[in-house]
Design a protein around this ligand. Structure first.
Ligand code: BG6
Length: 523
């Protein structure tokens, strides 16, 4: 424990907690069946940065059942060997484990490739032949289609997959081969398009075959929110309006848009991060206790919670939401010179429920911020009466804050008040931290590894159901409406904590955002 400056908690670089693994024989998770994974958009950024490294690490960890085959589909024509060569660099760069030559050769032997237009029947005829070949090798006809393309391509791909009988509305756990489709975010562009997309997908697949991915839900620390809340009896009694003053949820990135100008212009931070990642995190922090850990029990509670979030009025968008754009954004390739796209957003949301009535939730997300930091901070109420006012004078006695650090340096910290050793009663704030890496000494796997495995197993717990996707769009719709109709994005310096209006939003309520604190160097 360390005495700390209350507004600048030190990074979670060490742990005073020794992790004791209580269930090393955890609920035994079913191994995935041998499967053919077909990636549409296989030469895109996501495949190189996330999907291929995830699959490579799953192979190294022996999480995949043989044979598992990966078939890339994209417009460019190339051989499977050229596809493997194309992926090798990105996998070496992004893999969390070292890429040894023999392991790479094994992974390359799992790769196949089909080049062709998504609207062209020939593409699907070729794909069908590859899937037949995979079945002969032992995948038993099990298949996962990963739609890692712009959403505008989803309808034609599904239509053609259906036409060529590559997808069907079979059940998941029967004797039939499994057929599942993973749909990347953004799931739609607004409420109307998300509904239309759901309708369209629903004509080809049953809800149990649709895996709407939000990679935040695959992060260990996000999953731990439920374990912390429902695996300990000490938090839940305090987890309500009687004890919690307000909650902050931050997703700050130090990177910019990384060359994705055209994508980002059409997306912006609200669609990119808040509609999905932050509202999902918020629903896990605030949902009621599910009756079990089964997919639909958890998804029911999340959905119920999102329904209780108060709809923003257009006035509230003007007063309680702040939009910013980092200076230099308009010079990025693919960005319009007078772009009004927000790269930063902050907003205050309220939840109308017995548990949360009156507790504000402050959400903020931004690119090119001072630090990369994602965390949830639960600010507890002040004590009703300070008994040691004089002793605490000048030492900024502050209410307790529980911080769930999602990334980087994953962990949990609790800031509370303690007596400074000495003859007098002098009071200070201290910080108790638990670092995941130190506590369990286990590598933390990437979100995409967990989610791909879950999909192959037919476990949809960590994927978004149709109702919660719709509701999340409904919630941010007024923000999109106002911001798209009226210019007014506020410029901010890269490397800062965003526009000053965001600080004012908190100040008005007599509060301030937590500082974005640099994590310690790796290693
Ligand atoms: C993606 C967004 O969903 O999440 C990106 O499209 C963003 O813009 C990324 O950079 C952040 O993910 P993570 O896991 O690095 O926090």
């Amino acid at each position: 424990m360390s005495r700390s400056n209350p507004t600048t908690p030190p990074p979670m670089d060490h742990s005073s907690v020794i992790g004791e693994i209580l269930s090393d024989q955890p609920i035994k998770r079913r191994r995935p069946d041998p499967t053919a994974i077909v990636i549409f958009g296989a030469t895109g950024d996501l495949t190189g940065r996330k999907l291929a490294p995830a699959l490579f690490n799953m192979m190294l960890d022996r999480a995949l059942t043989e044979p598992t085959l990966i078939i890339g589909v994209s417009r460019s024509e190339m051989t499977p060997a050229a596809f493997a060569t194309k992926l090798e660099g990105p996998v070496r760069q992004h893999s969390r484990q070292k890429v040894e030559l023999a392991a790479w050769d094994k992974f390359a032997s799992m790769l196949d490739y089909v080049g062709g237009e998504f609207a062209d029947d020939a593409t699907y005829i070729a794909l069908k032949a590859r899937l037949e070949a995979a079945k002969v090798k032992g995948t038993r006809g099990n298949r996962v289609f990963y739609l890692s393309t712009p959403p505008s391509q989803f309808p034609i791909i599904l239509e053609k997959l259906n036409k060529h009988q590559l997808i069907d509305r079979t059940q998941q756990r029967g004797t039939d081969a499994s057929c599942r489709v993973i749909v990347e975010k953004p799931f739609g562009h607004d409420l109307a398009s998300a509904r239309a997309l759901n309708e369209m997908i629903g004509t080809y697949l049953t809800e149990s075959q649709i895996y709407r991915i939000d990679h935040y839900l695959g992060k260990e620390t996000v999953q731990n929110i439920l374990v912390l809340r429902f695996g300990n009896s000490i938090f839940e009694p305090l987890w309500n309006r009687n004890h919690i003053d307000y909650v902050e949820i931050t997703a700050a990135e130090s990177i910019g848009i990384e060359g994705r100008g055209a994508f980002y212009e059409a997306t912006g931070v609200v669609r990119d991060i808040i509609q999905n990642h932050l509202l999902q995190v918020m629903s896990l922090v605030t949902m009621e206790v599910p009756s079990s850990f089964a997919a639909d029990d958890i998804r029911d509670e999340k959905s119920q919670l999102l329904r209780s979030v108060r709809n923003l009025t257009l006035n509230e968008v003007a007063n309680d939401c702040v939009r910013g754009q980092y200076k230099g954004y308009r010079d990025e390739p693919g960005v319009a010179p007078g772009s009004q796209t927000a790269t930063y957003a902050a907003m205050r949301l309220m939840i109308d429920s017995w548990r949360w009535q009156g507790v504000p939730f402050y959400l903020r997300a931004g690119k090119k911020m001072a630090e990369r930091l994602t965390e949830v901070s639960i600010h507890f109420k002040s004590v009703p009466l300070v008994l040691f006012k004089e002793e605490a004078a000048g030492s900024e006695l502050q209410p307790a804050v529980l911080t769930l650090r999602i990334q980087p340096h994953e962990g949990i910290s609790l800031r509370f008040v303690a007596k400074v050793p000495g003859e007098n009663i002098s009071v200070g704030n201290v910080l108790m931290t638990m670092s995941y890496a130190d506590a369990f000494k286990r590598p933390i796997s990437e979100a995409y590894e967990r989610l791909l495995l879950d999909c192959m197993r037919g476990d949809a717990t960590l994927f978004n159901r149709r109702d919660s996707v719709d509701r999340a769009w409904e919630l941010i719709q007024p923000v999109l409406q106002v911001w798209e109709a009226t210019p007014g994005v506020l410029p901010y310096e890269p490397g800062t904590s965003g526009p000053t209006a965001a600080a004012d939003l908190m100040k008005r309520d007599g509060r301030s955002w937590r500082e974005l604190v640099a994590p310690p160097p790796e290693g």
